[in-house]
Design a protein around this ligand. Structure first.
Ligand code: GLU
Length: 312
């Protein structure tokens, strides 16, 4: 089977160098094996995403010389998550028929209450408040608010081997508990949509920032329940601002526009990203294609990487 990688930008702002670092590695990983690339627009949340940002992401990819074979804004409705809700709904119904979902009426404030159990990263673990509501309780609560939908999780550990970080193991009950599949406003959860789409699009390798490493067991759980074959996962170290902060789409200075305005070309930026990824000894200009022969995941570091201040 042909390798298939993907770019999965959320068009909620301009891409930053960290997104592009990850996209360069995703492209190299798939192309080095003669694989194809898919561009999927992750515009699940209509309030936070804009088509203009999706087009901006396409421009940034093109500027760097990162091409794709399927998808994109004009590549068909099946490549935009905002237009795939009917499909996500069918998967939700399948899980429902297995008796694995339930409506949840908890408010944000209840979920974030200090008394709720929290995982080690400070995220609240759903305590199961609505897990066993009786049908008449559900009917009564439904009269005043529309519920979210959660998935029942079990206590078995989920283990997999990440292509960069190695063996990883997690019990969902200790990290998130019964997690959301659909929010109370009807927007489907990232965890469900990403599994639905990577499976439907034939993705065989997922390359993304290590901030999503701890979401992967939730996704593997869904792969198993839905009977889909999971891809391989490669999580990449994060690029940090020179002062160690996480990059954000709100920081204009770490977006491509700022570098372009200073006269940097696509190969200039690719050269710097490749240097940070351990793929060349110096930040000299290079095209993605020129990096292919020497590409190896073994060269990519695990530690997060601070951007040199003189590059910004
Ligand atoms: N859309 C997500 C983001 O831009 C990436 C999700 C994924 O790669 O699984 O952060």
């Amino acid at each position: 089977m042909r390798e298939t990688g993907r770019f999965a930008p959320s068009p909620s702002g301009q891409l930053h160098l960290g997104n592009l670092f990850c996209f360069l590695l995703a492209w190299l990983s798939a192309r080095a094996q003669g694989g194809e690339m898919v561009l999927r627009i992750e515009d699940l949340d209509p309030d936070r995403t804009r088509t203009a940002y999706a087009r901006g992401a396409e421009d940034d990819l093109r500027f760097l010389g990162l091409d794709w074979d399927r998808g994109g804004v004009d590549g068909g409705t099946e490549y935009s998550q905002g237009r795939r809700t009917a499909y996500y709904q069918t998967l939700l119904e399948r899980l429902d028929q297995m008796g694995l979902t339930y409506p949840c009426f908890c408010s944000r404030a209840q979920l974030h209450a200090a008394s709720a159990p929290h995982a080690s990263d400070g995220e609240p673990i759903y305590p199961g408040t609505c897990r066993d509501l009786a049908p008449d309780q559900v009917r009564a609560l439904s009269r005043t608010r529309s519920p979210a939908v959660r998935l029942r999780v079990d206590d078995d550990p989920i283990a997999f081997t990440d292509g960069v970080y190695g063996p990883f193991r997690q019990r969902l009950t200790q990290v998130c508990g019964d997690f959301l599949l659909r929010r109370s406003d009807g927007v489907f959860a990232y965890q469900l949509a990403v599994v639905a789409d990577d499976a439907a699009m034939g993705v065989t390798q997922v390359v993304r920032g290590r901030d999503l490493l701890s979401s992967t067991p939730r996704q593997l759980y869904l792969y198993r329940l839905l009977g889909f074959a999971p891809p391989r996962f490669y999580h990449t170290p994060l690029l940090l601002a020179p002062d160690g902060r996480r990059l954000s789409k709100r920081d204009g200075d770490v977006c491509l526009d700022a570098l372009r305005a200073r006269g940097l070309t696509g190969p200039d930026v690719v050269g710097r990203l490749a240097f940070l990824a351990g793929l060349q000894e110096t930040p000299r200009p290079v095209t993605p294609r020129e990096l292919l022969p020497a590409f190896s995941w073994d060269r990519v570091p695990r530690q997060d990487i601070c951007l040199p201040p003189e590059w910004l």
